[in-house]
Design a protein around this ligand. Structure first.
Ligand SMILES: Nc1ncnc2c1ncn2[C@@H]1O[C@H](COP(=O)(O)OP(=O)(O)OP(=O)(O)O)[C@@H](O)[C@H]1O
Ligand SMILES: [Mg+2]
Length: 285
């Protein structure tokens, strides 16, 4: 499939955004899948990487069947193009690598191969969205570190806030991450979302040297549960539901904030492209 780059993206750089959370089950996968479809509806080309090696579920939510896994790519049995799947809503998916226990366990050659294969395929897209596992394991760190923008999905629950704090603490102290975009999911109102965002911001502001940015909120919506049960993405099944409309707004705000993606380090996807872009901007000033 030939993908024509969208003018709205305004650059040749693929925007790499990870979706992560300290606590499991806060709504990462449903947010990633429906954000991807919302971005596609705005004319962007979108690739989703299911980076949850243990509990893959992007394919489950979309009702699609993987043709192969990253594990087979790493073993040289097929190329990444062979396992790429076209999914509903005009998005593409790299299914999770069941068969690999942890990225940490891969040799440095395999890690490089994984990164260059993903880059080779992802450069055709405007956005690469990564659905990370929950927690503070090595895979979570690897993929968040490789993304230009980290979206931390939280809910209003105290456990979600403390677990997000723990995740941000590790990412900032051990991986020098300084900026975190926050999406508050499964809340009853914007006011409730802002309370959750403010308490997290207050805690990280007091003890960690990081910046948090509110990028959106998604209401609790029974149609989210219904869609997950029926393996249909909300953005297509119920596009005018409150949660689908909120995700569309969130995706617009992500397009805006993605323009500020920075160069972080050598492990980052499209490090060279970002470096060239920032030199170009510098020279134009
Ligand atoms: N906005 C919402 N309204 C109602 N229910 C929701 C909402 N968001 C998430 N849920 C519920 O939470 C469940 C978990 O969502 P999801 O699988 O997206 O979480 P996750 O963070 O990806 O989980 P994991 O950490 O296990 O990967 C869903 O099955 C759904 O029932
Ligand atoms: Mg998930």
């Amino acid at each position: 499939m030939d993908i024509v780059r969208n003018n709205q993206a305004q650059s040749a750089v693929t925007r790499v955004i990870s979706f992560t959370s300290g606590k499991g089950g806060v709504g990462k996968t449903h947010t990633v899948v429906n954000t991807a479809i919302s971005l596609a509806a705005q004319g962007h080309s979108v690739l989703v990487l299911d980076a949850d090696m243990g509990l893959a579920n992007v394919d489950v939510l979309l009702g699609i069947q993987p043709k192969g896994t990253l594990h087979e790519v790493l073993k040289g049995k097929c190329s990444l193009d062979d396992i790429l799947i076209d999914a509903p809503g005009g998005i593409s998916i790299i299914p999770a690598a069941s068969g690999i226990e942890e990225i940490q366990n891969l040799g440095s050659g395999e890690k490089l191969l994984l990164m260059s294969e993903i880059e080779r395929v992802a450069h055709r897209y405007d956005f690469l969205l990564i659905d990370t596992p929950a927690g503070i394991g090595s895979d979570v760190m690897y993929f968040n570190n490789a993304a230009a923008q980290i979206v931390c999905v939280i809910t209003g629950e105290p456990t979600s806030l403390t677990d997000s704090y723990a995740l941000i603490k590790v990412l900032s102290s051990e991986y020098a991450e300084r900026e975190f975009s926050i999406v508050v999911n499964d809340v009853s109102s914007e006011a409730e979302a802002k309370i959750a965002f403010n308490s997290l911001t207050k805690a990280v502001g007091k003890f960690l040297q990081v910046e948090t940015r509110f990028v959106g909120w998604i209401p609790s919506d029974n149609q989210v549960r219904q869609c997950i049960m029926e393996r249909r993405p909300l953005a297509l099944a119920f596009p005018s539901s409150p949660a689908a409309r909120a995700i569309l707004e969130t995706s617009k705000s992500l397009v805006y904030s993605a323009r500020r993606n920075r160069v972080k380090g050598g492990m980052q996807f499209f490090f060279r492209q970002l470096l060239e872009l920032s030199y170009g901007e510098e020279a134009a000033r």
